[in-house]
Ligand binder design. Sequence first.
Ligand SMILES: NC(=O)c1ccc[n+]([C@@H]2O[C@H](COP(=O)([O-])OP(=O)(O)OC[C@H]3O[C@@H](n4cnc5c(N)ncnc54)[C@H](O)[C@@H]3O)[C@@H](O)[C@H]2O)c1
Length: 414
Amino acid sequence: MTGLERMDNRKDGKFKMSSNVADNQKSSKNKDGILNRNILNKSNDLITMDKVPNNKRYKRYNYNKRSNDTNNTNNETNIYIKRKPLEKRNFKTILVTGGAGFIGSNFIHYLIEKHPNYKIINLDKLTYAGNLENLRDIEGRPNYKFVKGDICDRKIVANVFEQNQIDAVVNFAAESHVDRSIQDPGVFIQTDVYGVFVLLEACKKYGISVFLQISTDEVYGSIENGSFKETDPLLPNSPYAASKAGAEMIVRSFYKTYGTPILITRTSNNFGPYQYPEKLIPLFVTNLMEGKKVPLYGDGLNVRDWIYVTDNCEALDLVLHNGSIGQIYNIGAGNEKPNVWITKKLIELVGRDESYIQPVADRLGHDRRYSVDCSKIKKELGWEPKTNFEEALKQTVKWYMENENWWKPLKYKL
Ligand SMILES: NC(=O)c1ccc[n+]([C@@H]2O[C@H](COP(=O)([O-])OP(=O)(O)OC[C@H]3O[C@@H](n4cnc5c(N)ncnc54)[C@H](O)[C@@H]3O)[C@@H](O)[C@H]2O)c1
């Protein structure tokens, strides 16, 4: 849904929701060039509201039918606007790094759909996790360009900035699999920390409006009860989580020292189409499809908070356009489940039985529970996840079942 949502109080006393107020909006730019929209509603059937939604996300505008003045007179009409935040920023060219991976490719699809005027440059090294098949449907678009390259390579990064007038960077590029970080941490420090530094140096040199660092809830470490807030200390436990926490520190230092306009998001476990079949959900679904057992760590009671990738993309888009520079936003959908719950659900959806569960020794340093408090992004930016978790899980399983051609070559490349 785009534009402001209007809530009218009708004569019959019932609230009516409507999203189509574009014809009632007048646009103007303030001194900073930021777009304002004023509601000039000429409708005569609006009457003064006597019930005010007790919710800070609704803002009251007074509109005087006779004089257009905003003083509170008896002739006023009150309109209540659901504060879907207006976009503070607009971009021409966005550099998405790691756009051939799972979340990055979903995000590029999301951007192309939502902002067809933006030019998108996708810089990706195409590691084992990068897959151009994820973007096959958009590769010929005039406003999309793929560049193969490493974010740690200063020359390549400089060329990308020199050849394109980049005004925003969204950095997904990372080594992202915890198990691999336990086996071989060095490459995680190289890409996830040093690569971020190279990108920030380029941002400093060439100038940008926003650098959005995609981080993870894993930087906080484990929590038994309650949920982490953005102000809590970072206590990462795996080399992966530590590399992402290190990246955040570099990002913060560029903001504090050089004034680089940065934003950071810390998202919980994503799921959805195009996820590399080494991660829990696609690994288990594809194993079950192939009649193989699924390896469940420890007692299976480690808890993760799952978010459907499109809900995450929507949150990231909102932070990119409306987040307050220098801020960190947690993103999670509140779907906390023990791994054994997810496993049994996937078994049911694929049509196997519990004999397919293979308990295996626990992962080293395995965090027990991740949980993030998302009240900041909800309150400040009006974001809410839209997807029903079980329905999204069902659709995701269906996607892997229908797209063997996508995952089979990847699985056997492992
Ligand atoms: N998947 C999740 O649940 C999750 C949750 C929170 C945060 N994140 C973060 O989101 C980002 C994307 O995660 P994902 O699951 O899509 O990862 P992914 O492993 O599927 O994709 C990573 C992409 O980065 C590219 N890449 C790796 N090293 C690179 C380098 N040196 N230079 C350029 N490109 C490089 C890969 O080729 C790949 O396309 C990561 O930063 C990750 O830490 C992921």
